[in-house]
Design a protein around this ligand. Sequence first.
Ligand code: SF4
Length: 434
Amino acid sequence: MPARDGGLCRIRLPGGVLHAGQARALAAAASLHASGIIEATNRANVQLRGVSAAHEAALVEQLLAAGLGPQDGAGSLNERDNVRNIMLSPLAGRGVGSLLDTRPLAAALLDMLQTTPAFAALSPKFCLLLDGGEALAATRHAHDIWLAALPADGAGPRLALGLAGCPPAAVRDEPPLAIVRPHQVVAVVAALLQAFLQLARPAQHRMREVLAEHPAATVLAHAQLHVDFALGTDPALANWHRAPEATGLRVGIHAQQSDAGMPTCYYVGAQLPLGRIAAADLLQLADISQGTLHFTPWQSVLIPDLSEARAHATQAQLQAMGLLTDPGDPLASLIACAGSTGCGKAQADVKTDALALAGLLARPQAVHLSGCERSCAAAHSARWTLLAVAPARYDLYQHSDQGGFGTCLAQQLTLAQAAAFINAQPARTDSLDA
Ligand code: SF4
């Protein structure tokens, strides 16, 4: 798609995972056909900016050859790519708190989505959440369909399911609409998508728009017609809520979940400064990982499955590259969108301003700088949001239950004024938590 700084190419990474060989291919493609900068997105994907005119076809061909695109199936390339919109924990199957390894289910869902011709009609914004229960997860952003692992019962693993929202984090939130077993997940998602397509009018692209006219029970009743097992909930789970997230676990060295008797593995998390990495650095990252890189929804990357000694050596290598592995670094807790250098909608150069703000903050604070209300850098509401209203001028919001960016506390602030306001607030130990 066009942008102020040239073409923009978004590359969806299943589960945020980029294999080392794919990272090398991506770095080569970024250098040859685009600006040479790779950006992390808020759905754990990556994008290339500054794609040169007339290079689009060659870029796509190079990416597909590296396995960075949809598989063959029904519909056009774009249609098959658009449906690949499933969010997992960046530590799916590995993270502390994991109740269920969601990776096989995600692969089966992706296969179903790409090969079912009817689902090519879904909007590129239609999204699914498949939550395994990991502490490091982004589950507070509303998804059209969400599934979340529950503690297993006598019959084995099970998942709660809901529409146009997210797993309940408190008892006041919407309870699950249905409870399903892992082997039923692909069928139930396909049934819900068919129900959505039957009920949605042409102008309705998201589940919440359908729910504004039909109760969730109606959508479920339509879905029931497409599966041969009963869709229902468990009254005993009416007050179930998901364990709290710990998004600060994205930076630094942390233990992975390990099976009894197995050695503990570790991962290293590093924030990409302002969500960007140069092609040469991505090559270096691929060499360091020797396996897979896991992009996160917070503009950061993880390298998993390391011994403790290797985790420390890896952290030192990442630090030497300029990646942020210290949660105490104020820049590690800042996220910013492309801003006015890359986007025509931006009211300010938020990337440059974020660097300046990092130097003004007395301690790390989760701050999101957004060039406009579209909030491309963050699907969630950060603790603090600076919404650009003019060059180097921002309205300051604090996260609250009222949705959007939260509560507007002050308007038209300079960066120094915003930093002074934030610095005056009580310190929190979980500075990276959004
Ligand atoms: S949030 Fe607004 S200014 Fe920033 S990249 Fe998105 S559309 Fe552009």
